[in-house]
Structure formats: C-alpha cells, structure tokens
Write a protein that binds this ligand. Structure first.
Ligand code: CAA
Length: 379
C-alpha cells in the first residue's frame, strides 16, 4: 500500500492551492457576507480544468483520477467552501453522471461544455417533502409523443440559479415507486421552467441554492438519461461519488480551522505566554490534527476504490460522515481557541463553523450515511 502522491497529484494540489490563495481568498468574506456568486473564479476553475476533472479528454474533461479531484477540492474548500460546492456538484453530480449514464449524443451536447467549464450544471433530486427519502418525490414526467411534460417543484438545488443545465429526477410511473423514477437533462430557458430566488443560508452563502419550478416543461425524449425507471439507481450511484467530493470539502474546512488555530495560538499571549504553550490548547490542536489525518485517509481510500472501479458506497459514506463531523468539531474548537475574536466576523473563523454545518446535511445527512454504512454491514 502506497500513501505517497505522485508528481501529477502533487502538481494539481499545488495549482489548486495557488489558485485558491490568489483568486478566492481576496473577497471571500465579502462574498459570504453579501451572498455574491463567485462567477469569475468559477470561470477560471473551468480554464484550469477543475470543472470536469475526472471526465475523459474525449469529452473535453481533464482525465484525472479521483485522488486528484479530492486534493483540488480540499485546497479550494480550505479557502472558500462556497466555490468548492459549485465545483463538487458540477464534477461529481453532473459530469460524472453524464459520463457514466448518458449516451454519446448527450455527452457530445451537454458533457463537453460542462466538463470544460463553459457551462455549469446542477443536480435536482430533493423536493419540499422529500429530502432524505428521495423515493417519495412527486415531480411528474408524462410522456406526450416526442416529449416528456414535466410538472412539479424541486428544492435545495445547488447552482439552481447560475446553472445552464439541470439533471432532473422525476416520476414517469407513480405505481412503481422508486422504480418509476427517471432522470432527464433540462435546459434553462425552456418554456415553463422557472428558478426561485437564492436561499438566505447560514453558510456557503456565496454559492446559490434555489427552488426550481416546472410548469408543463417540454423535455425532448432524447434528454432521458438511461431508460425510464433507471432514475433512482442513477441518483444513488451518483451520490456515492458526490459524497467523496463533499467529504473533501469538509476536510478543507477542517484543515483551515487547524491552520487558523495554530497561527492564532502562537501569536495570542495570555498569562505572559503564547496560548499554544498551554496543554489545554495543545490537546485541542492534537485532536484536530489527528481527526483531519484520519478523514484524509478515509477520503483517499474511497477515491482509490472508485478509481479501481470497486464498490464505493459504504466507504464514501464513512468518509463523508467522518470528514463532516471532523469539520464541525474542528471549526467549533477553532472559534473556542480564538475566544471572543472567534465570535466576530473580522477574524473570519466563524465562517468556517457556519460552512462546516452543511457538510453534515447535504448529499445525505450524517444519519443517512450511518444508514448506508449499517446496511452494508448487515446485508
Ligand atoms: N447505487 C446503486 N443503486 C442503489 C444504491 C447505490 N448506492 N443504493 C440503493 N440502490 C438501489 C437498491 O439496490 C435498490 O434497487 P432495487 O429496487 O432494484 O432492489 C433501490 O436502489 C432502492 O434501494 P433502497 O431500498 O436501499 O432505497 P431507500 O429508499 O431505502 O433509500 C437511502 C436508501 C440510502 C436512505 C437513500 O434514500 C438516500 O441516500 N437518501 C439520501 C438522499 C440524499 O443524499 N439526498 C441529497 C440530495 S443532493 C443534494 O444534497 C443537493 C446538492 O445540490 C448538493
């Protein structure tokens, strides 16, 4: 077993780190405060090949491995978790889905511009009454000649406002429950397709999360991905990979919390000494560092399994569960170490705590990850 990164992976990590510091760090606090979409940075991420990292060059992707993707995600999230989720959704939930489950015509038309960063994608599964239980979705797709007519409301859609194309899950046959769910690609601007205003969120405030409304939207039959009824399996298979991306986002937030905690504890003097001198602080730093290393290894393990084409569901859930809980604990300790200075906006560390929280919720809550893991143990 080799834990060493190869030269290409090291270069990708370095490139992502330099990009994040140069292009994302300036203005990150202001974008968070004012909910400003990081449009310029997203465009540059596309130019760097970060929006379709694992997609084959045949489809204008970067052809990199999943470990490289986790490295880039970690570095981006370490500076700006909002930009990281934009990248994660486009890579894991949109491009990977199209490359794996789409046909060549769909790859040509949609995957190429998405993987090269010319267009942005969103993944729309959840509905107001169906979050953890996506088999209960009601958004309807009725076949009418050469089209499907889509009607319904979706919510919690990352990139909902700023995306060009949306991967949509809708019910083609309600009598078949989850086996009656199908997957479509829908373009913004089609008649009857409206986007809500971005949610006013606790964290990742400069990414957009919105409701989508479908009122008799005509989707051509050729935009059905896979076969009718394949949607639930496609959604679940895709989320397995997505959870590796969100785990990496959480890891980046946790690493940022440790970085800030080390720097501050070395400079903050109390009782005549830097607070890093005191064991109460040292124990916190040690626990943060240990959990971060463990999270990173779980993520790399899941990524490496995925690259080898092996089943990844349980390991991806373990990585996402552990990394997101690590991020929340690390951000909490970081604010604690900063004391009152951690509780005000100016030091920037309260943003880590707010951003960390969503990693325990989206792409499957921590409780859902435990269910996935337990089902693998007990089957
Ligand atoms: N890969 C492929 N197929 C899978 C699968 C997987 N990982 N997991 C389940 N399936 C298949 C099963 O084999 C089964 O197939 P058959 O009917 O042919 O036997 C079928 O799917 C149903 O499986 P379950 O009975 O296990 O399904 P369930 O209804 O009990 O749900 C669950 C299981 C794990 C709880 C699932 O509902 C789940 O993951 N819930 C969380 C949903 C989620 O993560 N939502 C986030 C939305 S995306 C987002 O966050 C927005 C964003 O923009 C970031």
């Amino acid at each position: 077993m080799d834990f060493a990164l190869n030269d290409e992976q090291k270069l990708i990590r370095q490139t992502a780190r330099e990009f994040a510091l140069a292009e994302l760090e300036p203005g990150a606090m202001e974008r968070d405060e004012q909910k400003i979409w990081p449009g310029e940075a997203v465009k540059k991420m596309g130019e760097l090949g970060f929006m379709g990292m694992m997609v084959s060059p045949t489809w204008d992707g970067s052809g990199m491995d999943t470990i490289s993707y986790t490295l880039a995600m970690e570095e981006i999230a370490r500076v700006d978790a909002s930009a990281a989720v934009v990248m994660s959704v486009n890579n894991s939930l949109v491009c990977h889905l199209l490359e794996t489950h789409g046909n060549d015509a769909q790859r040509e038309k949609y995957l190429k511009p998405l993987a090269s960063g010319k267009k942005l994608g969103a993944y729309s599964l959840s509905e107001p009454h169906a979050g953890s239980d996506p088999a209960a979705i009601k958004c309807r797709a009725r076949k009418e000649g050469e089209y499907y007519l889509i009607n319904g409301t979706k919510n919690w859609v990352t990139n909902g406002v700023n995306s060009d194309y949306v991967i949509l899950f809708a019910v083609t046959d309600p009598s078949l429950k989850h086996k009656g769910i199908s997957c479509f690609i829908v373009e913004k601007g089609w008649d009857g397709f409206e986007t809500g205003t971005p949610e006013n969120k606790l964290g990742i405030r400069s990414s957009d999360t919105a409701e989508l409304y479908f009122d008799n939207v005509k989707v051509p039959r050729e935009n059905l991905i896979g076969k009718e009824g394949d949607g639930f399996r496609i959604a679940m298979d895709t989320l397995d990979g997505g959870r590796i991306g969100i785990a990496s986002q959480a890891l980046g937030i946790a690493q940022a919390a440790l970085d800030a905690s080390i720097a501050y504890s070395k400079e903050r003097v109390q009782f005549g000494k830097p607070i890093s001198y005191f064991e109460g602080i040292q124990f916190k730093l040690s626990d943060m560092a240990m959990e971060i290393e463990a999270a990173r290894l779980l993520i790399w393990q899941a990524a490496s399994l995925k690259d080898r084409g092996e089943p990844v569901g349980a390991k991806a859930s373990m990585a996402k569960l552990f990394a997101s809980e690590t991020a929340m604990r690390a951000a909490n300790q970081c604010v604690q170490i900063h004391g009152g200075y951690g509780f005000i906006k100016e030091t920037g560390v309260e943003r880590l705590m707010r951003d960390a929280k969503i990693t325990q919720i989206y792409e499957g809550t921590s409780e859902i990850q435990r269910i996935v893991i337990a089902r693998h143990l007990l089957r």
